[in-house]
Design a binder for this molecule. Structure first.
Ligand code: XMP
Ligand code: MG
Length: 185
C-alpha cells in the first residue's frame, strides 16, 4: 500500500485543516472589499488551493500556472520553464500566488519577476510549507502554513516522482523508497 512507504507523519490531516482555515480567515480579513486572483502553481499546490479558497470569504478568482524547474531528483535548479500560463490578465489586480512549498526560492523568485512585469496592483505569496534553511534567493512568503525542517516531504499535493500527492497528510518517505528509485543499494 502507498502508506507503507511513509516513515512518519510530519503534519496530520487535522493540523492541515486547522491551519488552512486560519490562513483563509487571515486572507479574508486582509482582502475585505477586494477581489483577489489566486494563482495556483501546479501541480503541487492543487489540494492546498482547493482547501484554502473554500475558507476565503471575499469574492475571489482562481487561475492556474504550471512551471517546471530543471534539475534532477529533489533539488531544483535556477532555470524555470513555463508549461502552462495564466488564462486571464492580472494587470491592475490583486494577486495571491499559492504554492505548495518554498524551498530554495528559485522557482518563486523567477515567477514573481515574471508576474510583476505584468503590472498587478499587488502581489503576495501564500505557501503551505516553508523550508527557510534551504533558501538561496531573497524571497519570503506573506502567508505560511508551516515551517518544515530540511527533509523531503510528500502528500497533500506534494509528490516524489509523481506519487504520494493523494496522501491526506504531509509525511516523510522511508529512505528505502529513494534508494530503490535511484537504483542505489
Ligand atoms: P524551490 O527550491 O525552487 O522549490 O523553492 C521548487 C519546487 O520544488 C519542489 N519541492 C518539493 N517537493 N517535497 C516535494 O514534494 C519537498 O520537500 C520539496 N522541496 C521542493 C516543489 O514543487 C517546489 O515548488
Ligand atoms: Mg511546486
Amino acid at each position: 500500500m502507498m502508506k507503507d512507504d511513509i516513515e512518519r507523519i510530519l503534519i496530520s490531516q487535522a493540523e492541515l485543516e486547522r491551519r488552512v482555515a486560519e490562513l483563509g480567515a487571515q486572507i479574508s480579513a486582509d482582502y475585505a472589499g477586494k477581489e483577489p486572483i489566486l494563482v495556483s502553481v501546479l501541480r503541487g499546490s492543487y489540494i492546498f488551493m482547493a482547501d484554502l479558497t473554500r475558507h476565503i470569504d471575499t469574492f475571489c478568482r482562481v487561475d492556474f500556472m504550471a512551471v517546471s524547474s530543471y534539475g534532477s531528483g529533489t533539488v531544483s535548479s535556477g532555470q524555470v520553464n513555463i508549461i502552462k500560463d495564466l488564462s486571464d490578465s492580472i494587470e491592475g489586480r490583486d494577486v495571491i500566488v499559492v504554492e505548495d512549498i518554498l524551498d530554495s526560492g528559485n522557482t518563486l523568485h523567477y515567477l514573481f519577476q515574471l508576474l510583476k512585469a505584468r503590472h498587478p496592483a499587488s502581489i503576495r505569496l501564500a505557501t503551505l510549507l516553508d523550508k527557510p534553511s534551504r533558501r538561496t534567493k531573497p524571497i519570503t512568503a506573506d502567508y505560511v502554513g508551516f515551517e518544515v525542517p530540511d527533509e523531503f516531504v510528500v502528500g497533500y499535493g506534494l509528490d516524489f516522482d509523481e506519487r504520494y500527492r493523494n496522501l491526506p497528510y504531509i509525511g516523510i518517505l522511508k529512505p528505502s523508497v529513494y534508494k530503490d528509485k535511484l537504483g542505489l543499494e
